[in-house]
Design a protein around this ligand. Structure first.
Ligand code: TRP
Length: 344
């Protein structure tokens, strides 16, 4: 039996990504996300969201949340995202996210969500006491992406499974409602240097703001002294740096530092090892700290400047929300029609 080939999704390619306003941005966020966001804006239509609806799935401080949203927005801009080009906005300012998430709740299956490893990791033994929102987090994420029919999503390795879920939801919606190719099946963009920045203390753990040790991460706001100190104390081994990438195997902490150096200096790992292979960490670490401080100082300075002028920053976010709404609101009317909901 043969079936007619399905016409492929014919909409424009569009990039969407989001970061949680949980406070404490660090080098992992910068190299893993922000650098990519900046690069992509020159090649694609890009929409970058600050996902406050995701932040309330766990305990949070209502008095701090708005300012934390401003901090993430300021970090986007300070890193080089141009708010005139890319759309920068706060999730809860645009109604499509929560509305589409509800509709997707009725498309996604319990079994799909029960397989999500991030929920299991976050909840641990306390799953019964977690909010329903935390369980449902990846459905809201699918709504974020598909409210704009985004086709490409720059994210970290840890979000791969959530992107698979987004594709499953999109495909199931398209087929359940007999709306072929209505939603695209969004693809993650994961490759590139800086895809995985690890803790400075333990090369098997991601650099994270929730690590109790501040020594484990370089914060975007750390000054040159703090940066030098943290790299100096970063876990390594007594051997010199290897001559080739092959020699990084089984040395995750070393691999991490070399990867950070390469990403910051815009070099390949081989180029870094070409220069540093055979040399010791006593020389490498201060050089790494210098590059990091040089890169991060202007970003921290620009963030501070943006955060002082709250009116200007809020205006940028209002403009971003209006542009995001202009794309997602008409899309939602189509979705409501497709699903059979009441016309507004
Ligand atoms: N879950 C993502 C993270 O923790 C954040 C996020 C929310 C997101 N919605 C998104 C990322 C949509 C990409 C697209 O990193």
């Amino acid at each position: 039996m043969t079936t007619a080939p399905m016409p492929a999704y014919a909409g424009p390619s569009r990039v969407f990504s989001g970061m949680q306003p949980t406070g404490g941005l660090h080098l992992g966020n910068y190299l893993g996300a922000l650098v990519k966001f900046v690069r992509l804006q020159h090649e694609h239509e890009c929409i970058y969201c600050v996902v406050d609806l995701h932040a309330i799935t766990i305990e949070h401080d209502p008095k701090a949340l708005q300012q934390q949203c401003r901090e993430v927005a300021a970090a986007y801009i300070a890193a080089g995202v141009d708010p005139k080009k890319a759309i920068i906005f706060v999730q809860s300012a645009v109604p499509a996210h929560a509305e589409l998430a509800w509709i997707f709740n009725c498309v996604a299956r319990m079994g799909w969500l029960e397989r999500m490893t991030q929920f299991k990791d976050k909840a641990g033994k306390n799953a019964e006491r977690m909010s329903v929102g935390l369980f449902d987090y990846p459905v809201l994420q699918a709504a974020d992406i598909l409210a704009y029919k985004a086709t490409h999503v720059p994210v970290g390795e840890d979000q791969k499974q959530h992107l698979e879920l987004s594709r499953d939801i999109a495909a199931r919606f398209n087929s359940d409602y007999n709306a072929p190719n209505f939603f695209p099946l969004p693809e993650p963009l994961i490759q590139g240097p800086g895809a995985r920045i690890m803790s400075l203390r333990d090369g098997s753990k991601k650099m994270s703001k929730s690590d109790p040790s501040d020594q484990s991460r370089i914060n975007l706001t750390d000054d040159a002294d703090a940066i030098a100190n943290k790299f100096k104390r970063a876990t390594t081994d007594p051997l010199p740096l290897p001559e080739t990438a092959e020699g990084l195997k089984g040395r995750p902490e070393v691999e991490n530092l070399v990867g950070i150096y390469a990403a910051l200096a815009d070099l390949s790992v081989d180029q870094v090892l070409g220069e540093w292979g055979g040399k010791g960490f006593g020389a490498f670490k201060p050089a790494l700290a210098d590059i990091a401080a040089q890169k991060l100082a202007p970003i921290a300075g620009e963030m501070r400047r943006l955060l002082v002028d709250r009116t200007a920053l809020d205006e940028i976010l209002r403009d971003g929300a209006a542009r995001a709404d202009a794309i997602s609101a008409p899309m939602m009317s189509q979705v409501r029609d497709i699903v059979g909901l009441w016309r507004r």
